[in-house]
Design a protein around this ligand. Structure first.
Ligand SMILES: NC(=O)c1ccc[n+]([C@@H]2O[C@H](COP(=O)([O-])OP(=O)(O)OC[C@H]3O[C@@H](n4cnc5c(N)ncnc54)[C@H](OP(=O)(O)O)[C@@H]3O)[C@@H](O)[C@H]2O)c1
Length: 339
């Protein structure tokens, strides 16, 4: 039985993290108590901590941030089927979608609570590898498959093309790999230094998004059945809207913002990373956690993004988040809250 829990508390909006003892929360019906061994700092975490960004919902304070993690099941609540103490799992929680639960369900602590519906057993896959995949791959696959209607792996023809703008990041890299696995021809924009990696992930053409003729070159490579921006910036949204002309259509964006777009273009933007937390998306969640994610991890179906392990446990989260916020990091930073 666990005897102590330590958590990185955000005392108030914009304040520095304070690492201190917290309650050991009891798993209720359908829930797991998990000892967290790896969290990957996402841009969302860093923006919430350092700029008070509320993209996935505002927090109540004192708060415990972090919405995804990997670790070992310590205890199961009543009515849990398929999990037992000792299982290695990857999971996400309601910490960013329900104001009242972040102290119980934030993953920036040693022991946290998640629903067994949003957890998957990972067998002997490393905690770091599992946590690198869950949040950003889930974002890419939710956007493309659940929200835009792209099929499941092996269901498309290469004659149907996909455009991933800003494929250099985690979400973009996983979007490329998912679209390729479905069977599409995948065209991307990325920085020039990333060209060889993008080709190895499955891109047939890699255009430098900084090149002045990027949109015209992409127009010649289209038309595209599915379009997504993995950078989400205004310039990328306008570029995709332009490529949808003259007939119009829709594209997915990882970010929203006040961007002027033509009337015949729909921007599909939501908390894709949090979709599994809503009962409205229960069928998606059950496929993701019950079938697809375990298969991806056990069969190593995606190339995980690069990561750097940051030593120092919960006390390292503040500095690591700042590095992510300031754009100093390529790949992900991973922290072990048990250190
Ligand atoms: N809506 C959602 O559910 C959701 C979920 C996850 C993430 N997001 C958001 O999606 C964004 C990306 O997340 P991530 O985890 O993929 O980040 P990440 O792994 O940190 O990716 C950052 C990379 O994106 C590339 N990039 C940066 N600015 C760019 C631009 N203007 N145009 C094209 N590429 C650019 C850069 O690579 P190069 O230098 O090689 O180009 C950079 O290294 C973040 O803003 C995040 O908050 C939203």
């Amino acid at each position: 039985m666990a005897s102590e829990n330590r958590a990185a508390f955000v005392p108030s909006a914009g304040a520095e993290l304070e690492v201190r003892t917290s309650d050991i929360h009891q798993p209720e019906s359908g829930e797991l108590l998990v000892r967290v061994h790896a969290v990957a700092i996402q841009p969302l975490d860093a923006k919430k901590l350092l700029s008070g960004y509320g993209g996935a919902g505002t927090a109540t304070y004192p708060a415990v941030f972090g919405t995804s993690g990997a670790g070992v099941v310590e205890q199961v609540g009543s009515d849990v089927v398929g999990f037992q103490a000792g299982d290695h799992v990857v999971f996400d929680t309601k910490a960013y979608v329900d104001n009242d639960v972040n102290v119980r369900q934030g993953t920036w602590q040693q022991l946290t609570i998640c629903s067994s519906k949003t957890a998957a057993k990972i067998g002997d896959v490393d905690f770091e590898q599992a946590v690198l995949v869950d949040f950003p791959l889930q974002t890419a696959v939710a956007a493309l498959h659940h929200f835009l209607g792209m099929g499941k792996p092996g269901t498309a023809s290469p004659s149907e093309k996909v455009l991933v703008w800003g494929a250099g990041g985690a979400v973009g890299s996983y979007a490329v790999q998912y679209a390729k696995s479905v069977g599409h021809t995948v065209v991307v924009t990325a920085s020039a230094r990333d060209t060889a990696r993008q080709q190895s992930l499955g891109a047939s053409e890699v255009i430098d998004y900084k090149s002045p003729d990027a949109v015209e070159r992409l127009r010649a490579l289209g038309p595209f059945k599915y379009l997504i921006t993995g950078s989400g910036d205004a310039a990328s949204q306008q570029a995709l809207a332009s490529l949808l002309q003259p007939s119009g259509g829709r594209f997915a964006s990882v970010l929203g913002g006040d961007v002027e777009l033509p009337a015949n273009v729909e921007r599909v933007y939501t908390g894709f990373s949090q979709a599994a937390q809503s009962e409205e998306h229960a069928a998606w969640r059950d496929w993701w956690y019950g079938e697809y994610l375990p298969k991806v991890l056990s069969e190593k179906l995606v190339e995980p993004v690069k990561f750097t392990k940051v030593e120092g446990g919960l006390a390292a989260l503040q500095g690591a988040s700042r590095d992510v916020f300031e754009g100093k990091v390529r790949g992900k930073l991973v922290v072990n809250p048990q250190e």
